[in-house]
Design a protein around this ligand. Structure first.
Ligand SMILES: Nc1nc2c(c(=O)[nH]1)N[C@H]1C(S)=C(S)[C@@H](COP(=O)(O)OP(=O)(O)OC[C@H]3O[C@@H](n4cnc5c(=O)[nH]c(N)nc54)[C@H](O)[C@@H]3O)O[C@H]1N2
Ligand SMILES: Nc1nc2c(c(=O)[nH]1)N[C@H]1C(S)=C(S)[C@@H](COP(=O)(O)OP(=O)(O)OC[C@H]3O[C@@H](n4cnc5c(=O)[nH]c(N)nc54)[C@H](O)[C@@H]3O)O[C@H]1N2
Ligand SMILES: [Mo]
Length: 754
């Protein structure tokens, strides 16, 4: 049972940002980084000659940058990275692994920056220091002792720069494996899979300017007030220009209802702009039903007067008739029941979508991607856009809002377990190598493989694999079966404490820090959610003299490991990142004159065929998709459907604080939001402790001691924070086609704590 104090519960907020956001960001930065280091970091954040915010992937304005181009949560990310506290060899000598395991994720982050490479030897109770060279030789020995290169797994989290990621995948493939799982497998994989089939490119098609000038922005399954706060300025602009924002979310998120711009006078005095003109409190996983209902409504209107973009449909698409049939055959009653949205609200939604010049943009994030039918739902989003020709013209298009600041770039430069053959062939030609063609493991398959075949090497370029993955206890056991686990990281996290026979931590420079190599100061590059590649140059003094940059770590590793050399001078690449960019330019289309163009203020856009109405699909057209039945996740009678989400004080598994200000929660993370009627029915009192059981094909998983919070959430559904609730997510419960863990749909039962 939990020994935690009960959280403080207040009324949820009705708008985001405002003066409290300013106070909160300054407070975090000054407390941890100190006034000098903190102010320097904030002044450089997202400036054209500064560094890219390591928090989310939302783009910066093309034309003008405010003197303070950051948000409250970007500031928290900086505070966490620029902290003056250190997790050094003395720290590891003081605490045993057992003791560190007892501490919370919040405590881990509070301890400060990793300063030296550390090793946990077989059977040891404490990490001890190891020299960089020794660490590289050890990893090389372990990798080369594996029966097959496919027994190595190379994970990437999405903060890794283009330069480091490109070298990392090159190293993995030269070593002989495509086992390159990444955080994207748990994140926007469903978007990539769906969009590639529908419009030929697995990325969004809009710019910031498009958002500003859209008639309608649909915001589905996303909480921008917390996770993409600078998006609120863009939505404010949409509304100011006469456009409408519609929110689709089971929870009433403050950031979607209203926004007080913290950098404008009006916002400083907390006068907010209303954002969503319509708020559709959809049932969890009811989005496909809602989109189908919208499609049906549009077809019924089309029967009365022409509303579709027929020229576009004729010239650019296939599959219209099948989609029409699907919509026509759908049953209104079922659609309303499954979505939880009334017919009149669907009619009002259609009115909005058809307003103005039908410049429609749909934005979405994890509320859509982490479901069993996620790929189908996102293809259905594309179907609506194709009816209206709402893609590839100003003010209209598709906008999956990415998470990690360079998750999109990592994929572009080759972090993917199944890169296309053309990419592999280009590598082979350039580097005189034979890269493997067999597809590698994604995250879920990597966990299953580590469990089934003990003795693997797991290497992570950033991230917190254990806490981010589903089924925490199962994943922990799988990691423990490895012969070596190794993490390149900036901060201590739980993945460092659940190791293979031997565990290694390799500490690296953060985004905000000065990166000096043999040829002088270096910068790295990132690609944001809208396909803009730009540079990021840190200025702060590194947290320790014994840190290496990520590109230099990969070069060290490759030099120590590769027995069949390829045509690469790893030392030269580590000394001068321009040379890495020249290689990226040689391999990947769209990076012409990379070094020159990325030095221009603001960077450059990568080509995006769908934006120009060119369709790189199997049919050469944009495809209306036949996504079949609704395939909605249903739970057994008496059970609830649980989604896991982020609080306002966390970055994925990094917990900055214990509050969730907009949802009215203070000092608590082991909580579960429930509908008051569902609580009454189970005789659960407000803020009392409950035990949760998840159910999956006859298996049960348990999470005990969560505080029950009555909340405005649809009947039969619940919400709890990630990563505390990950123990409940079954590893085998994944989205069709994208294999993404279904973190937003877990069947649970609850009862008062025993
Ligand atoms: N400060 C901060 N910024 C971040 C992150 C962070 O942790 N902290 N994480 C980064 C990363 S990696 C990512 S991927 C993004 C994540 O950004 P989001 O996707 O906004 O993150 P979640 O908290 O998972 O929120 C999901 C939202 O979807 C809603 N939702 C859940 N189920 C459903 C459903 O079935 N239908 C609909 N329509 N909505 C649903 C939830 O109520 C919630 O509002 O943010 C990035 N930015
Ligand atoms: N239940 C549930 N599970 C989820 C989700 C969910 O919504 N619900 N969301 C999923 C999503 S969208 C994602 S993206 C994943 C996130 O999965 P990950 O990307 O694996 O996790 P993070 O928490 O972002 O990783 C944080 C760690 O990265 C390290 N780090 C920070 N900056 C740097 C750097 O510059 N370099 C290096 N090398 N290391 C650095 C720090 O040590 C820190 O502890 O989690 C997924 N898991
Ligand atoms: Mo993500």
């Amino acid at each position: 049972m939990s020994t935690e104090q009960a959280p403080q519960v207040k009324k949820p907020k009705t708008h985001a940002a405002g003066p409290a956001a300013v106070a909160s960001s300054l407070n975090h930065v000054m407390r941890t980084a100190g006034p000098v280091r903190g102010t320097k970091a904030l002044l450089d954040l997202n400036q054209k000659n500064g560094f890219d915010c390591p928090s989310c992937a939302w783009p910066d304005p093309d034309d003008h940058r405010a003197p303070a181009e950051f948000c409250e949560n970007g500031a928290k990310a900086i505070a966490s990275e620029a902290t003056q506290r250190k997790v050094d060899p003395a720290f590891f000598a003081r605490y045993s692994i057992d003791e560190l395991q007892q501490e919370s994720d919040y405590w881990h982050d509070q301890q400060g920056r990793l300063t030296d490479p550390m090793i946990l030897r077989e059977g040891a109770t404490h990490y001890e220091p190891i020299a960089w060279d020794e660490a590289f030789s050890l990893i090389a020995r372990e990798l080369n002792a594996l029966p097959s290169p496919d027994d190595a797994i190379f994970y990437t989290s999405g903060r890794t720069s283009n330069e480091a990621a490109f070298l990392y995948q090159l190293f993995a493939r030269a070593f002989g494996t495509n086992n390159l799982p990444d955080c994207s497998n748990m994140c926007h994989e469903s978007s990539g899979t769906a969009l590639k089939q529908s419009v030929g490119v697995g990325k969004g098609t809009v710019t910031l300017d498009d958002i500003h000038h859209a008639d309608t922005v649909l915001c589905i399954g996303q909480n921008p007030g917390t996770n993409h706060p600078r998006m609120l300025s863009a939505l404010e602009e949409t509304v100011k220009n006469g456009g409408k924002v519609v929110a689709v979310n089971p929870l009433k998120e403050a950031g979607l209802m209203g926004f007080a711009h913290p950098q404008k006078l009006k916002g400083m005095v907390d006068r907010s702009t209303s954002l969503a003109s319509q708020y559709l409190q959809v049932k969890i996983n009811g989005d496909l039903a809602l989109l189908r209902a919208l499609g049906k409504e549009l077809f019924e209107r089309e029967d009365k007067e022409s509303i579709f973009d027929h020229d576009f449909i004729k010239e650019h698409t296939t599959g219209f008739e099948t989609y029409r049939k699907h919509c026509q055959q759908a049953d209104w009653e079922e659609l309303v029941e499954k979505s939880g949205i009334s017919r009149s609200d669907i009619e009002a939604l259609a009115d909005t979508v058809l307003s103005g010049e039908r410049k429609l943009i749909t934005c979405w994030a994890m509320g859509l991607t982490q479901h069993r039918n996620a790929v189908a739902t996102i293809r259905e989003v594309a179907n609506i856009h194709l009816l209206l020709g709402a893609i590839g013209r100003p003010g209209a298009g598709l906008c999956p809002v990415r998470g990690h600041s360079n998750v999109q770039g990592d994929r572009t430069v080759g972090i993917f377990e199944k890169m296309p053959k053309s990419f592999l062939a280009a590598l082979d030609k350039e580097f005189g190598m034979k890269s493997p063609r067999k597809h590698g493991h994604d995250v879920v398959n990597a966990i299953l493989a580590m469990d089934k075949e003990p003795g693997k090497v797991f290497f992570a370029m950033g991230g917190n694999f254990l806490q981010a993955s589903p089924d925490t206890d199962f994943t922990a056991r799988a990691l423990e079966k490895c012969r070596l686990t190794c993490h390149v990281a900036t901060k201590l996290n739980r993945s460092h404490l659940v190791t293979g026979k031997v565990g290694l931590i390799l500490p690296c420079l953060g985004r905000s820090e000065h990166d000096e190599q043999a040829t002088g100061p270096q910068f790295v590059t990132c690609e944001n959610s809208m396909g803009i590649v730009h540079q990021s140059k840190g200025k702060l003094d590194p947290a320790s003299e014994n840190l290496m940059s990520e590109p230099a770590i990969v070069c060290g590793l490759a030099k120590a490991t590769l027995q069949t050399p390829i045509k690469v001078d790893w030392t030269r690449l580590a000394n001068d990142y321009d040379q890495i960019r020249n290689l990226i330019e040689a391999i990947i289309p769209g990076f012409d004159n990379y070094n020159e163009r990325v030095r221009e203020p603001g960077g450059f856009y990568l080509p995006n065929p769908a934006k120009d109405r060119r369709w790189d699909t199997d049919t050469g057209k944009a495809n209306f998709s036949d996504v079949g039945d609704l395939d909605q996740f249903e739970v057994a009678a008496g059970r609830l459907l649980l989604q896991t989400l982020r609080s306002h004080d966390q970055y994925n598994t990094t917990v900055y604080g214990l509050n969730d200000r907009y949802r009215g929660i203070g000092m608590g993370r082991r909580i579960i939001f429930l509908n008051p009627k569902d609580m009454e029915e189970r005789e659960i009192k407000p803020v009392s402790l409950v035990d949760i059981t998840s159910h999956w094909t006859g298996e049960e998983r348990y999470a005990k001691g969560f505080f029950a919070i009555p909340y405005d959430i649809p009947r039969g559904t619940a919400a709890a924070y990630f990563p505390e609730a990950n123990v409940l997510v079954p590893v085998a419960s994944t989205a069709r086609e994208s294999n993404t863990p279904t973190s937003k749909a877990i069947e649970i039962s609850i009862k008062p704590s025993s």
